[in-house]
Design a protein around this ligand. Structure first.
Ligand code: HEC
Length: 155
């Protein structure tokens, strides 16, 4: 009787260990499979046309006609604020998720701490989305892919 009980216990422990091993073994694989390859950059012609138009009308005067930003954007001005950075993929904009980009455009610089205007009462959600889609469409592909992967990991 005692022997039987022991072997049942042994089997149970064995099965548990096997399950544990399987669970551990799957970890990294699931992780690497969870990141799908980046989709092609935004190509919706209607959104791109609207986005480019919004950018030219409202953003280009500061961020540059090609979203190249101010030449000295990494250094503070005489007033202690940063000049408009590039949005063409050569700056930091790609470090931000869509949600963060939307809120930066909505709210602008924190009060008294920068010269980016707030757009929440001037542009619609659709217009803000379109302008983001437009400047993302001119990011070099490796930059867009890196942004996309970061965005996926943040989810
Ligand atoms: C009056 C000049 C001005 C205009 C117009 C302007 N910006 Fe800016 N923008 C700035 C400045 C200056 C910064 C840097 C903000 C800071 O230092 O707080 C900035 C920052 C940003 C950032 C953050 C970039 C990053 O790398 O973190 C985004 C995104 C942005 N602007 C988008 C826009 C969009 C879209 C428009 C048009 C709807 C626009 N801006 C219009 C001056 C401007």
């Amino acid at each position: 009787m005692k022997f039987l009980k022991n072997s049942t216990l042994f089997r149970l422990v064995f099965v548990l260990m096997l399950l544990l091993l399987l669970a551990c073994g799957e970890g990294p694989e699931v992780g690497s499979m969870a990141v799908p390859s980046a989709p092609p950059q935004q190509t919706d012609a209607v959104q791109l046309t609207l986005g480019k138009q919004i950018f030219t009308t409202h953003c280009a005067s500061c961020h540059g006609t090609q979203a190249q930003g101010a030449a000295n954007w990494r250094q503070t001005d005489a007033d202690g604020n940063y000049p408009p950075p590039p949005l063409d993929g050569s700056g930091h904009a790609w470090h931000h998720s869509t949600e963060v980009l939307i809120s930066m455009i909505h709210e602008g610089s924190p009060q008294g701490k920068g010269n980016m205007p707030a757009w929440e009462n001037k542009l619609s959600e659709e217009e803000i989305n379109a302008v983001i889609i437009w400047f993302q469409s001119i990011w070099p592909k490796p930059v867009y892919d890196a942004w996309f992967e970061m965005q996926q990991r943040g989810r």
